[in-house]
Design a binder for this molecule. Structure first.
Ligand code: SF4
Length: 238
């Protein structure tokens, strides 16, 4: 819209109150009204043209592509370093996240911060988000149709961030990202790839609050995750 504003201001300076609207500008305005933009002759949804996380957030935070848009309190884009090398992904916002508009808050969020600190990552250094940006009612699992609508936003976040490694938090997030019904135990055993990015799987911090016996395997997972990250960085510097 700032381009349009500049255009009208220039027109007013040149022609006073007589209004001349260039055909291209009218065309762009008509596309913008439908949430579209034209890039290199191809019409795309305008959010796909975002080049920063801030821009992307601004373009999608009113999203109503799936029914969860109507029931959310807050859209939860994600939080963290816009230049992060490390991305953590959960399945969807819970009640606390929906209330605050931020992923992984409350007790689970505090535990996640401690897990990160245990392997020398700080919350503010990484980027944390979910596959779905809006809360499913009663914290039910994401529906395939919701994932289909929302996952392209995650792809775009990753395309902007270009992280070196990803950590999937919890069985549902891992199974959804990797399109598998394999058990969490099986998924934790391997390093996977998502959108070309190495991905490690571990427990969701909320699950650790319910079952502290899972803290030990989580510790092993995040150590593996840290080692993978260090290895990638070392190879890049070699
Ligand atoms: S869950 Fe995703 S696709 Fe559905 S309304 Fe929210 S942002 Fe849009």
């Amino acid at each position: 819209m700032s381009d349009l504003y500049r255009y009208f201001r220039q027109q007013k300076e040149q022609y006073g109150d007589d209004l001349y609207i260039d055909g291209d500008v009218l065309h762009a305005a008509a596309l913008a009204a439908q949430g579209l933009t034209e890039i290199g002759g191809t019409v795309k949804e305008s959010w796909t043209a975002a080049t920063t996380l801030e821009q992307l957030d601004g373009l999608i935070h009113d999203c109503q592509k799936c029914p969860l848009g109507a029931t959310r309190n807050h859209f939860v884009f994600g939080v963290g370093n816009p230049n992060a090398d490390v991305v953590l992904v959960g399945e969807a916002p819970g009640a606390e996240e929906d209330k605050k508009g931020e992923p992984f808050v409350g007790r689970a969020g505090q535990l996640l911060n401690k897990i990160l600190e245990a392997v020398d990552f700080k919350r503010e250094d990484v980027f944390i988000c979910n596959i779905l940006k809006c809360r499913p009612p009663n914290n039910r699992d994401p529906l395939p149709s919701e994932v289909e609508q929302c996952e392209p936003y995650l792809h775009k976040q990753l395309a902007i961030l270009q992280p070196k490694v990803m950590l999937a938090l919890g069985r549902i997030a891992a199974q959804t990202l990797l399109r598998t019904n394999d058990s969490l135990t099986k998924l934790r055993a391997d390093v996977h790839t998502y959108q070309g990015i190495p991905l490690v799987v571990t427990y969701h911090p909320a699950a650790l609050l319910r079952n502290p016996n899972w803290k030990r395997p989580t510790w092993e997972d995040v150590q593996k995750f840290r080692a993978l990250y260090d290895d990638i960085i070392a190879k890049e510097r070699a």
